[in-house]
Design a protein around this ligand. Structure first.
Ligand code: ADP
Length: 255
């Protein structure tokens, strides 16, 4: 499976009750690729990210991450449900950054970052602490290891959340609208960190409404609407010259 994409999704479907949210998504993401998902609210972007990370179980189709099959269940019953331990192990390889930062409020920045590598992976605290400090430097917060989340701005907290995800040395990073809960003046500092990460070759899937980021940083943009991929391709091509009417309407509204 050496030439398999890092994420290989085939005909993925997902329903919540009668509401079919994903209607057959085929998607490959290769190592080092940065893919931005665009589309109106409710089109299934977040759900697809959550399926990749097995926060949701898909109802049909298959998803492989780095050649490993993720769990799935069809309507007739459970077909291939992984053990919780197995899911936890697979999730450790995937970093996820949410709209809300979800830091532990009673722990310092440093403790937030070292928690999972120490508790979940059993790494040595001293080693992880060195790495955590390097990561804090990378996200521009070298002076904040002992601060508590409540003492930081939203942009700073989100940068800590990114450092925390990176501390697990993930092979894939998923970003779910990482800047949409931030005051406008704090968006740039988070996007800067993400740009750096992209430059360093991290494989990233980013759900975002930041068109400039998608245009400048993504290798590919995917436009979703109504649970399907409407079009995808080179960012400049899709954003400046969308082929599909639904993409054109969406982009007009974004301006
Ligand atoms: P997007 O990220 O494109 O805004 P979402 O994936 O968040 O879209 O949502 C797609 C649809 O799935 C919406 O109609 C939403 O209400 C529904 N949905 C998402 N999560 C759940 C859930 N846990 N239970 C029921 N419905 C959900």
């Amino acid at each position: 499976m050496a030439d398999m994409p890092l994420v290989h999704a085939v005909n993925v479907t997902k329903s919540f009750g009668d509401n079919q949210v994903l209607k057959g998504i085929d998607m490959d993401v290769h190592k080092g690729e940065v893919v931005c998902f665009l589309g109106p609210s409710g089109s299934g972007k977040t759900t697809f990210l959550r399926c990749i990370n097995q926060l949701e179980t898909i109802n049909g189709g298959r998803i492989w991450v780095d050649g490993e099959l993720m769990g799935y269940a069809d309507k007739g019953g459970v077909l291939h449900r992984l053990h919780d331990k197995e899911i936890a192990r697979q999730r450790r390889e995937i970093g996820m950054v949410f709209q809300r930062f979800n830091l532990f409020p009673h722990k310092t920045v440093l403790d937030n970052i070292i928690e999972a590598p120490v508790q979940v992976k059993g790494e040595k605290k001293a080693e992880v602490t060195v790495r955590a400090k390097e990561l804090l430097e990378r996200v521009g917060l070298a002076d904040k290891p002992l601060a508590y989340p409540g003492q930081l701005s939203g942009g700073q907290q989100q940068r800590v959340a990114i450092a925390r995800a990176l501390a697990m040395r993930p092979k894939l990073m998923l970003f779910d609208e990482p800047t949409s809960a931030l005051d406008p003046e704090l968006v740039g500092e988070v996007l800067t960190v993400m740009r750096e990460l992209a430059k360093e070759g991290m494989t990233m899937i980013v759900v975002t409404h930041e068109m400039a980021f998608a245009r400048d940083v993504a290798d590919r943009v995917v436009f979703m609407d109504g649970g399907v991929v409407v079009e995808q391709g080179d960012p400049k091509q899709v954003i400046n010259n969308p082929q599909h009417e639904r993409t054109q309407t969406f982009l007009r509204r974004m301006q």
